[in-house]
Write a protein that binds this ligand. Sequence first.
Ligand code: GYE
Length: 332
Amino acid sequence: MARRAALVLAAALLASSALTGCSTQGPAAGPSSGAGAGRGGTITLGFSQVGAESGWRTANTKSVQEAAKKAGIDLKFSDAQQKQENQIKALRTFIQQKVDVIAFSPVVESGWDTVLKEAKDAGIPVILTDRAVDTKDTSLYKTFLGSDFVKEGRSAGEWLTGAYANEPGPVNIVELQGTTGSAPANDRKAGFAEAIRGDGKFKIVASQSGDFTRAKGKEVMQAFLKSQKDIDVLYAHNDDMALGAIQAIEESGKKPGTDIKVISVDGIKDAFVAMTEGKINVVVECNPLLGDQLMELAKKVVAGENVPPRVETEEGVFPQDKAAAALPSRKY
Ligand code: GYE
């Protein structure tokens, strides 16, 4: 009935040529019908974003918004300002609104089972983008789209062991972690630790969260510079924290990239600029441009098609001497 009503309504609107760019989405379907799936109507995607904490995140948001427009998907976008409670609220609102599919980038890894179960019970498929959740029940989401953060951490560590291969130790490292409990912070820490573990000369002398922001990165680096006499290397879990820390290093009278080597993750343009200025030594890329792939996956899960459980993005490692050549083609 609902489907017929929607078709009749759409036909009437078309006939009266009153349709000026609005979607012909029919009434929301019942919980188990897969919503807009079979009706050929516009797909509504509820997307809960982490926040706007970094250049990476801004690029990711833009990519999702532009891709939705291009794909003709009705995007309901919600910004959680880095708070899990806001994300849970947003997900519940999407469920109430009976969106066709939910995608979200979970701020932290744990604590999602209840709300994901609610989505599942309502028959709304969920796609994890960018960050993973920690759950035993993988039926609570359809797929994960994003990066291998452990690999990124490992690449950062491997660059370091290579760069110091012929140097005697100790190599004192300070680490700026991302948001506490988030997948990229947990995994980038683990991958890096794994890569340097084999050689006792590498020592992480201080490690603290800078919440993925420039302001916190600077603040925590200032504290590190006060508490640690001898810092050889900064490993920052993202570019924004590295860029904040660079300011702190400069204000302390030291040269970032020379006196203190800087390793970072993401690959935003500002970091490439800092590399060309000699202030960052290496950036491990993490691609935020997930929009098109997300829309493809959204269409497939709404249509009830099978999707792979994990879709990973391709990324590279950029040492300083490659920065100038790569800068003009950076897309974020
Ligand atoms: O590295 C950081 C952002 O989840 C991969 O979140 C993302 C991370 C990214 O705030 O800049």
